[in-house]
Design a protein around this ligand. Sequence first.
Ligand SMILES: *[C@@H]1O[C@H](CO)[C@@H](O)[C@H](O)[C@H]1NC(C)=O
Ligand SMILES: *[C@@H]1O[C@H](CO)[C@@H](O)[C@H](O)[C@H]1NC(C)=O
Ligand SMILES: *[C@@H]1O[C@H](CO)[C@@H](O)[C@H](O)[C@H]1NC(C)=O
Ligand SMILES: *[C@@H]1O[C@H](CO)[C@@H](O)[C@H](O)[C@H]1NC(C)=O
Length: 464
Amino acid sequence: MRFSSLLAGGLLVLTQTAAAIELDVDSYDSIKAATKIIARELANGYWDPYSVHGVPHPPYYWWLHGAILGGIVDYWAMTGDDTYNANVTVGWLRGVSPSLDLQPDEQSFSEGNDDQGFWSIMSMDATERAFPETEGQQEMQAGFLEITQTVQNLQAGRWDDQTCGGGLRWQINPTNDGYLYKNTISNGLFFQQSARLARYTKNQTYADWAERTYKWMREVKVIKDDFYVTDGTWLPDCKKFTEKRWSYNYGTLLAGCAAMYNFTNGEAYWKEQIDSLLQATYATFFHPESGAIMEIQCQDSNTCNADQPSFKAYLSRWMGYTAQVAPYTYNDIMPRLRTNAKLAAATCTGGPSGTACGLKWNTGPEFDGIMGLGEQLSALEVIQNTAPWVAPVGFVVDMDNGGTSKSNPNGTGTRGGVHNRNSQYLPYRLRDYNITLADRVGAAIITLVIVVVFTLGARFTMIH
Ligand SMILES: *[C@@H]1O[C@H](CO)[C@@H](O)[C@H](O)[C@H]1NC(C)=O
Ligand SMILES: *[C@@H]1O[C@H](CO)[C@@H](O)[C@H](O)[C@H]1NC(C)=O
Ligand SMILES: *[C@@H]1O[C@H](CO)[C@@H](O)[C@H](O)[C@H]1NC(C)=O
Ligand SMILES: *[C@@H]1O[C@H](CO)[C@@H](O)[C@H](O)[C@H]1NC(C)=O
């Protein structure tokens, strides 16, 4: 997919003269119109809820299907457009799998705690937005809240205090490379999930898990004392770190701290964490002049794999969430999201449709020739997260105020979280890197060839 996308990008430079998507961030109608176009491009190009992976595979993997569903749930909540709701349910029922634990057989070799976590956070979104559940879904006990609670129970059961004093490992299967790594996104999603379940249900057990997980990350220093957030830490002793900084790690911590701040009715500790994480996020990822969010680790060096262009989507989503449940941050966060909404919209002139969005928001206002699932999702989320405050939609509910999803705090799925190992699928992470790199090189060469052929072709025609 990325291969042909880049190919299209190459052709595009030669053929396209498209108008940018109009966006006036002061107008709710304008936000709705812009996100409608961007969502359509996302759904048409990258999403098939009936397929096994839900996304064009490879280079995109199953976790991104959960990420898309989360973006579309929020899209519905923030714009009121239910065009895609039926397909959200289709995709959800596939992801949940017959075992009701967000561990489908097809993913059994490769699924990590972070993959499962992305889906579970999506179902928490659906729970907190009161996304409509179908009767069939309820009958098969695949309601959003009970599945999030199930994942919570399974992941709490994987908490490993035999090494490094706690934490979740990245991979679930001991045979996978990554079983020896405790990464920030797995722990950060578990933290956020625990915190949001605490806020929603008021059950102290979830709050205890949130606090335990967050404090473990501070203590072991995957979050350093100056709030530099690393990618994760290696067994056996968690003294060695992968230092790369990714925007979604900052985002998931932020959202979890905001939910805990709300749950504790404004406890000073959580406010300090929010404030420090926000400062670190701005200093690390926001361009000092334009204010554009940059995925610093890979964006300007053109080394992003197929996952990474989507990370800005989650930072945006979770900054928006933070502004909702810790409203004192609103005046700080919202101007920055609005700036980025404008910058992102200005890049959406790519692809055959002329509405594909680019990767780099700091080099605009123009399409940078790089399109893909993550680019499209990021633009959608940063724009729609400016919406809730210009119209009375998009609020979060809880169990006692508007929440309808059924609770089942004891859920564990039908096989108690054990993976079925009889799978043809191999661990994908390493394969992913190889494919992406080869694709990019290949695509760059082919784009060059096409440019040359077109240029020669044009001359040839002219001579005739
Ligand atoms: C729902 O998904 C199916 C299968 O990919 C697709 O044909 C259909 O157009 C989708 N519906 C919407 C509204 O996007
Ligand atoms: C918790 O979130 C609700 C809903 O957004 C908000 O009204 C309330 O003020 C928040 N609590 C705190 C302490 O900020
Ligand atoms: C709170 O959550 C825990 C852990 O999932 C569960 O065991 C307990 O039954 C829950 N309590 C209530 C009142 O729902
Ligand atoms: C969950 O399990 C606990 C402990 O076994 C039990 O006390 C509680 O009633 C159960 N809750 C539900 C909702 O089934």
